[in-house]
Design a protein around this ligand. Structure first.
Ligand SMILES: CC(C)(COP(=O)(O)OP(=O)(O)OC[C@H]1O[C@@H](n2cnc3c(N)ncnc32)[C@H](O)[C@@H]1OP(=O)(O)O)[C@@H](O)C(=O)NCCC(=O)NCCS
Length: 234
């Protein structure tokens, strides 16, 4: 267990040193990165929590918060190589789950939306990036390799490999392909009410244009050779 713990400790530090362009090596991460300290202390608090020492676990998480400015409930499940960059103001709720190789910036909240008991915080897949100040609220899944823009507020499930931005958050890229709801007339998927209105107007304009075009085509269509004579006979 101790060997596994030490391996995980150095694994976490090494991955931060590799992912942060400002880092000067593993030892700097170990000694001065508060995001790293927060994860190490959380792993201890989580161990205590799982072994029915919930009060001590909670006290340790408060000490963690005091020194790092990062509040992680001891019940939260955190995968390997989490990188908390800067960290200050970050909150992770009790039933939140975080996969491997995720990156969270300062001001991120993995929170709930009400006072319900049970699973009420999000589950992040692997390699998820959450930008500074983003709020992910509710017991839904954020898929692998998803990216959440800085200051977004996400209230619904996010598919794997999607990029979500805005308030409320909406998917602007999926599997590398940009998605423009108002251009693609996909108004049901645009959560922004103004954008929905624009989508509906564009849809109505497109159908009016199509009707107009059909009328013009009918009027401009050359008459059949016998048609003129038929009309004149009548
Ligand atoms: C969301 C994010 C990951 C997208 O990165 P990307 O895939 O390179 O996307 P782009 O920069 O090409 O932006 C795509 C579109 O989303 C918009 N956008 C990007 N981030 C946004 C955000 N946080 N909020 C609102 N819109 C955003 C861009 O303006 C662009 O719109 P356009 O196509 O109409 O011009 C990135 O912008 C982000 O927010 N990263 C978090 C970084 C962070 O928190 N850093 C803190 C360092 S201390």
């Amino acid at each position: 267990m101790v060997i596994n713990g030490l391996k995980g400790f150095f694994d976490d530090a090494r991955s931060i040193a590799q992912r942060d362009p400002a880092a000067c090596g593993v030892w700097q991460v170990i000694f001065v990165y508060s995001g790293f300290h927060a994860v190490v202390l959380h792993r201890m608090a989580h161990w205590l929590f799982r072994h029915h020492m919930k009060c001590i676990a909670r006290a340790l998480s408060q000490i963690n918060r005091f020194f790092t400015g990062i509040e992680i409930h001891p019940g939260a499940k955190i995968g390997r190589r989490l990188f908390i960059d800067h960290g200050m103001g970050l909150v992770i709720g009790e039933t939140a789950e975080i996969g491997d190789d995720c990156t969270l910036y300062h001001g991120v909240t993995l929170g709930g939306t009400g006072k319900d008991k049970g699973k009420r915080h999000p589950t992040l897949g692997n390699n998820v990036l959450i930008g500074a100040g983003a709020k992910i609220l509710g017991p839904f899944k954020v898929g692998d390799y998803a990216m959440i823009g800085a200051n977004s507020v996400v209230l619904h499930e996010v598919p794997a490999e999607a990029t979500v931005v805005g308030v409320p958050g909406r998917v602007i890229k999926h599997e590398g392909r940009p998605i423009r709801h108002n251009v693609e007339l996909d108004h049901d998927s645009a959560p922004d009410p103004i954008e929905q209105e624009i989508c509906q107007l564009r849809r109505r304009m497109a159908s009016l244009e199509a009707m107009f075009q059909t009328d013009v085509n009918c009027q401009e269509a050359p008459e059949e050779p016998g048609q003129q004579e038929e009309t004149s006979i009548k």
